[in-house]
Design a protein around this ligand. Structure first.
Ligand SMILES: *Cc1c(COP(=O)(O)O)cnc(C)c1O
Length: 352
């Protein structure tokens, strides 16, 4: 990343081609899928996917159980895409049977849209079952797998989806700065003129890249280089299986260590993705989250505030270049911090 590459230079063009191919291989997309990268954070490519794939005459069924589902609703509102919403509380997964009924009830629905791991809570949604429901009903599934891609299996040969988006900086462990959409070529082919945006038009970006393997507008060269290297490390770890196994080990150690201190998780183990864990805020009167947060930070551990509406909570991530050593270090830092604050009861309050 410390070296400047020319974005129109042949070596860089070769890198673009290789990177797109490698990303398609992660979902086993072979000849039927292509990868369209896009500058920006993850939300940029979520918005690009929605405005490119959903025709202005289309209608999307939004399946919402957290803030990222809500964000897709905001995008559809801004771009004037017709939508219908099915919503669940943040601690409950999307129910495929309800989706099936909604599709049967409204023939105008062309697409369904779901978040694979809802990072708001850390819940895993049943994407495979949703894909089968969509396929049977002749509708198209598009997926925000931002926080799952590369760690939770998604195979295009087994799970029929139209498009999935993710970014460079979550489970792929690259630097922030770009997202990508892996999309069925036959579907993308039909998307000429759908987008009501120039920079977010994935069809146009695709056409340009197919023509000369270059990005339409200045690419995040350093980020692209870093992602290529991150994929070398991903392959060395054994791909999705290897990375997923490390994250699961992190998650299990974190949850059991926290439970041993008296903390309670929001989700049961069967609903928990090994990505980020939500814990109920302790009821102990001495527990103060901002003190907890900053003392953890001083010890080198950055945690996450809660993002839930259903319960007062905080979150701890399991992903990134961390293993059991770091998880055990975090648990030790939590024990010390609790002792310092004189917190004895880490269980949730009555209203949790
Ligand atoms: C991180 C994330 C995004 C994108 O967030 P950005 O801040 O724009 O990178 C979108 N959806 C989900 C599920 C995420 O976890």
């Amino acid at each position: 990343m410390a070296h400047d590459w020319g974005s129109r230079d042949t070596r860089f063009i070769e890198l673009n081609r290789r990177l797109r191919q490698r990303l398609v291989e992660i979902v086993d997309g072979a000849e039927n899928y292509t990868c369209v990268p896009l500058q920006g954070s993850g939300t940029f490519v979520v918005e690009a996917m929605l405005v490119t794939l959903i025709p202005r005459s289309g209608k999307v069924l939004l399946l919402i159980n957290g803030a990222y589902g809500k964000r897709m609703q905001a995008i559809c509102q801004i771009h004037g895409r017709a939508f219908e919403v099915l919503e669940w509380p943040e601690d409950q997964p999307i129910d495929p049977a309800a989706v099936k009924n909604a599709l049967n009830a409204d023939p105008a629905l062309t697409h369904i849209c779901a978040v694979h791991c809802e990072t708001t809570s850390g819940i895993i949604n049943p994407v495979h079952e949703l894909a089968l429901v969509a396929h049977k009903a002749g509708r198209r599934l598009i997926i925000d797998a931002m926080s799952a891609f590369g760690a939770i299996d998604l195979n295009a040969r087994q799970t029929p989806f139209d498009a999935v988006v993710a970014s460079s900086n979550k489970c792929l462990e690259g630097s922030p700065g770009m997202g990508f959409c892996i999309v069925r070529k036959a579907s993308l082919f039909e998307c000429l003129g759908n987008a009501d945006s120039l920079v977010l038009d994935l069809h146009d970006q695709w056409r340009a890249m197919e023509a000369n393997d270059q990005w339409r507008f200045t690419p995040p060269t350093h980020c692209i280089l870093a992602l290529d290297q991150a994929l070398n490390e991903f392959d060395a770890e054994g791909g999705v299986a290897g990375r997923g196994a490390r994250y699961r080990a992190n998650c299990e150690a974190l949850v059991s260590g926290m439970r041993a201190m008296g903390f309670e998780t929001l989700l049961s183990d069967t609903l928990q993705a090994p990505i980020i864990v939500t814990f109920h805020m302790p009821e102990d009167i001495n527990f103060d989250f901002s003190t907890f947060y900053s003392m953890m930070g001083e010890k080198g551990f950055v945690i996450y505030p809660g993002k839930l509406t259903v319960a007062d909570s905080f979150r701890i991530g399991c992903i990134g270049r961390i293993g059991l050593e770091q998880i055990n270090g975090a648990l030790a830092a939590i024990r010390e911090t609790l002792q310092h604050m004189d917190v004895r009861n880490c269980g949730p309050g009555k209203d949790a």
